[in-house]
Design a protein around this ligand. Structure first.
Ligand SMILES: NC(=O)c1ccc[n+]([C@@H]2O[C@H](COP(=O)([O-])OP(=O)(O)OC[C@H]3O[C@@H](n4cnc5c(N)ncnc54)[C@H](OP(=O)(O)O)[C@@H]3O)[C@@H](O)[C@H]2O)c1
Length: 365
């Protein structure tokens, strides 16, 4: 018998990308499925594939635009009306939006994104978590992102929504620690789905290093089943980004992400020389991150916490030291200028006195 036989997983955003790969894993493990999204025809077809390929017993499709007011409540009511018990909730549905916040992006799309990525996810969690707690059993997976832990110019609101998801999820991990209900945050790096195209970011540099949604879903699924608080799929390189997000000053992270989110250079144009400087800078940062990450991974929890604290203090100290160096240089230049100006005016004064004395002597003689 499969692990999920007789149990039900509700998945939002199962019509494509990471959500679809997650739904497949649940189907393979014998779960009944509730699939929620706007494209109910796509979800119906997916349900048929799961029934044919994996013998899935029960598939319920709920067509819903989760960016609408109280959409989550409506989904919950429909699930209750069908007398379905949700054992696993996967909040995958989400969208992004690319562009400068002040001048490029459209507020209506931003509002819908906040609604979907933040409000719907929170309300779904609230409604289903309460039922899970009353049974003292259940699992929740929330789709955060590696952008949850770095400022991200050109996707500022999206990154803000994902920072919320991550922070919210980690807070719940603590609130639920004495229960049998677990909540897990999945933090993928750029993944090869339709996400960037829909967000208008398909031509950005970050899309050159996308990872496989099958691998992302598998890592998320395993972490969810193990009840882990979070997972960053993609091995050591992506985990080193996490370490970097603790140690690097925020300004440096923003600059790094700004570069990653910028448009790819025209292949016919020569790379600007500062591209090389960026490459070297990013290379050094990644190597430093990898080294720190290696040390970090090979220690126990207590030492890790100390590393994190020390690394953060070190980051703050470096940042403070840099600004104090800049302040000192500026102070020295200003004070040298003032001293020189004073000396010059002193000399001018002395010269005037001597001139007057000479003139007086000439008059006397
Ligand atoms: N791809 C990445 O690089 C990446 C990285 C980190 C995190 N993530 C996160 O991973 C999650 C899945 O994204 P993906 O990469 O798999 O992108 P995707 O292929 O575009 O999938 C997005 C899913 O969300 C659903 N959705 C969008 N708007 C909706 C709405 N208003 N109501 C209900 N469902 C809606 C879509 O279904 P319909 O359009 O059919 O409704 C689709 O199933 C998102 O939360 C995203 O933020 C993605």
């Amino acid at each position: 018998m499969n692990a999920g036989t007789g149990k039900t997983a509700l998945i939002t955003g199962a019509s494509s990308g990471i959500g679809q790969e997650l739904a497949k894993l649940f189907a393979q493990d014998g779960y009944n499925l509730v699939l929620v999204g706007r494209s109910d025809d796509k979800l119906d077809r997916l349900g048929d594939v799961f029934k044919n390929n994996y013998g899935t017993q029960e598939i319920t499709v709920i067509g819903k635009d989760l960016s609408e007011e109280d959409a989550a409540q409506d989904v919950y009511n429909q699930v209750k009306a069908k007398d379905i018990t949700v054992d696993v909730l996967v909040n995958d549905a989400g969208v992004g939006l690319y562009g400068l916040f002040a001048t490029d992006t459209d507020w209506e799309r931003e509002k819908a994104m906040i609604h979907l990525n933040v409000l719907a996810l929170t309300q779904m969690t609230k409604l289903f978590l309460y039922d899970m707690l009353s049974r003292n059993e259940g699992k929740i997976l929330n789709l955060a992102s590696l952008l949850s832990i770095t400022p991200t110019p050109l996707m500022a609101v999206y990154a803000g929504t994902k920072a919320y998801v991550y922070n919210f999820t980690q807070s719940l991990v603590n609130e639920l620690k004495d229960t049998n209900v677990t909540v897990t945050a999945l933090l993928p790096n750029a993944t090869d789905t339709d996400f960037f195209h829909k967000a208008g970011a398909e031509n950005t540099k970050v899309t050159d290093e996308v990872q496989d949604p099958v691998m992302v879903a598998k890592d998320g699924y395993n972490a969810l089943m193990a009840g882990k608080p979070k997972v960053i799929p993609g091995g050591f390189k992506n985990k080193s980004y996490e370490v970097m997000s603790y140690v690097a000053p925020q300004e440096a992270l923003s600059a790094l992400m700004r570069d990653k989110m910028s448009q790819k250079p025209d292949p016919n144009e020569e790379e600007h020389s500062n591209g090389l400087a960026w490459g070297i800078g990013i290379g050094i940062a990644v190597v430093a991150g990898i080294a720190l990450g290696y040390a970090y991974m090979n220690t126990n929890d207590f030492t890790r916490a100390r590393y994190r604290y020390k690394a953060k203090s070190l980051g703050d100290t470096i940042s403070d030291a840099l600004s104090s160096v800049v302040d000192n240089v500026v102070d020295s230049v200003v004070s040298a200028y003032n001293t020189t100006k004073d000396k010059a005016s002193d000399l001018t004064h002395k010269a005037d006195v001597v001139k007057e004395e000479v003139m007086e002597e000439e008059v006397v003689s």
